[in-house]
Ligand binder design. Structure first.
Ligand code: HEM
Length: 156
């Protein structure tokens, strides 16, 4: 492994936990806020911003891995047709990357809509819907063997 590959893979791997933790907190806060009709507080906004921020970082690291560092996508790009017949190469070159980009777009649209919304109840509702959908796609696409290769949960 080259140094840049190792660094970007480790950062991408650990940043997933930030995304998971903040995503769960954001959804729990939005659910409680929705049920108990709480005002939309600074903590809600902070969680929402941290979620989208961590996704932007993940996207950048992912693009770096995809186009520069990863031997899997490098191999796939040399012969895309052949790569589609290999489930591991297809996972990294198409499934993981495309669905996660879609998830980031959904989260980004949600972030803008939540910010524009003025009514607290609707802000909580929009967080539940947009963050919820993005989060589900992301969870499904984390490589723990459900839909693709089984990668370590923690890299040391
Ligand atoms: C946004 C949510 C994303 C999450 C939670 C996520 C999560 C992960 C995880 C857990 C790994 C395995 C790391 C390891 O082996 O320890 C991985 C690898 C990878 N991801 Fe993502 N990823 C995301 C988005 C993306 C995007 C948008 C792209 C590309 C545009 C991408 C490209 C890759 C590549 C190329 C690899 C590494 C393949 C290799 O081992 O060389 N990821 N990702």
């Amino acid at each position: 492994m080259t140094t840049l590959y190792t660094i970007s893979l480790y950062l991408h791997s650990w940043n997933r936990w930030l995304i998971i933790i903040v995503g769960i907190l954001s959804l729990v806060f939005a659910l409680k806020g929705s049920i108990n009709k709480h005002p939309y507080t600074k903590s809600d906004r902070y969680l929402s911003l941290t979620f989208i921020g961590s996704l932007h970082i993940q996207l950048l690291l992912g693009l770096f891995l995809y186009f520069i560092a990863s031997p899997y996508t490098t191999q796939a790009m040399q012969n895309f047709g052949a790569a589609m017949k290999d489930s591991t190469l297809r996972y990294w070159a198409v499934e993981h990357s495309t669905l996660n980009v879609i998830a980031v777009i959904i989260a980004q649209i949600g972030s803008v809509l939540i910010k524009r919304e003025t009514r607290p109840a609707k802000k909580h509702r929009k967080t539940l819907i947009w963050t919820g959908i993005a989060f589900l796609i992301i969870l499904l696409m984390i490589p723990i063997g459900i839909m693709g290769p089984d990668r370590p949960w923690f890299r040391f």
